[in-house]
Design a protein around this ligand. Structure first.
Ligand code: CP
Ligand code: NVA
Length: 320
């Protein structure tokens, strides 16, 4: 018997536009059932291993609660409480963990590390954030955008509504920015990127050497220009996990990259504001913006769970 090919989710571009359309619809269905307290045990007896080499609140809670809600169970590992912190090779860890579990989620440093794990895993591996990418977050962000600005007549997410939209990215050319670029390239919208000098997007890294669709992203020196006419304005911390030694230099370099009311005012009148969280009010975003009427950050955080439940189901069971 040949087993079906394992699907990993290591970068946004690992799924097709058609698969995302399915995932958004499925996430909406799963969310409706969750809100109605209806049982949805599609992954009963399945086990998710969660490996955290960096801190987390949302990713841990959303995967852990999500897996239990699907009828499965979870094993939580960190560098400090497993042999991962005592130099057991990642390849050996992958071979062992994937013999005892059905699915693995990893949050780690270099993308290369998760790729080595996946290459040695018998089960699907999901990227829960690396230095380079944060695909689960962008799935949730797009699902949230569609909930607010892109549903069809029946209230279902209509992915076609993303085409032609503009997302303004204000801040670091980091894992979130790279993932937004991959999403825009695949799903037909545009990202306006504004980063301080020295923190620009690395196109080769973001697209793995592929040439992106022309016009999928545009670079702006001034963050105000990036926000002009945007349908969504989004940002992230000035210093990502793993870069704490650069904190002081970054505080100076990023001082003008704070999403404020003036930036929101030049975006579309119905523009949304998103932030993957955790946020630092007064640094990358003004309190008036993140706590203001255009902000959808709490829906965005909640939707991590619904979107990832759809993703875990899909990787293990395919279309249902
Ligand atoms: N947005 C996000 O991934 O949050 P955590 O770091 O809390 O998991
Ligand atoms: N860019 C941030 C995202 C945190 C969810 C980081 O990597 O720390």
């Amino acid at each position: 018997m040949t087993s079906p090919a394992i699907r990993h989710y290591l970068q946004f571009c690992d799924l097709s536009a058609d698969e995302y359309a399915y995932l958004f619809e499925r996430a909406a269905f799963i969310k409706r059932k969750f809100k109605a307290y209806e049982k949805h045990h599609t992954l009963s007896d399945r086990t998710l291993a969660m490996i955290f080499e960096k801190a987390s609140t949302r990713t841990r809670v959303s995967f852990e609660a999500g897996m239990y809600q699907l009828g499965g169970s979870v094993v939580h590992l960190t560098t400090g409480d497993s042999q991962l912190g005592r130099a057991e090779p990642i390849e050996d860890s992958a071979k062992v963990i994937s013999r005892m579990t059905d699915l693995v989620m990893i949050r780690t440093f270099e993308q290369e590390k998760i790729e080595r794990f996946a290459a040695n895993s018998r089960v699907p591996v999901i990227n829960g954030l690396t230095n380079e990418f944060h695909p689960c977050q962008i799935v949730a962000d797009l699902f949230t955008f569609l909930e607010h600005r892109g549903t069809d007549a029946e209230g279902k997410p209509d992915m076609a509504r993303l085409a032609g939209k503009t997302v303004a990215w204000v801040g670091d050319g980091n894992n979130m920015a790279n993932t937004w670029l991959q999403a825009a390239d695949l799903l037909g919208f545009t990202v306006h990127v504004s980063t301080p000098s020295g923190y620009e997007i690395d196109e080769k890294l973001a697209f793995g050497g592929r040439t992106p669709r022309a016009g999928s992203y545009k670079v702006f020196k001034d963050p105000m220009d990036a926000c002009r006419g945007a349908d969504l304005v989004t940002t992230d911390v000035w210093t990502s996990m793993g870069y704490e030694a650069e904190n002081e230099a970054r505080r100076k370099a990023f001082a003008d990259w704070c999403v404020d009311e003036a930036m929101m005012a030049v975006a579309q009148p119905d523009a949304l504001f998103m932030h993957c969280l955790p946020a630092h009010r007064g640094e990358e975003v003004q309190a008036e913006v993140i706590d203001g009427p255009q902000s959808v950050v709490w829906d965005e955080a909640e939707n991590r769970m619904h979107a990832q439940k759809a993703l875990m189901e899909y990787l293990l069971l395919g279309r249902l």
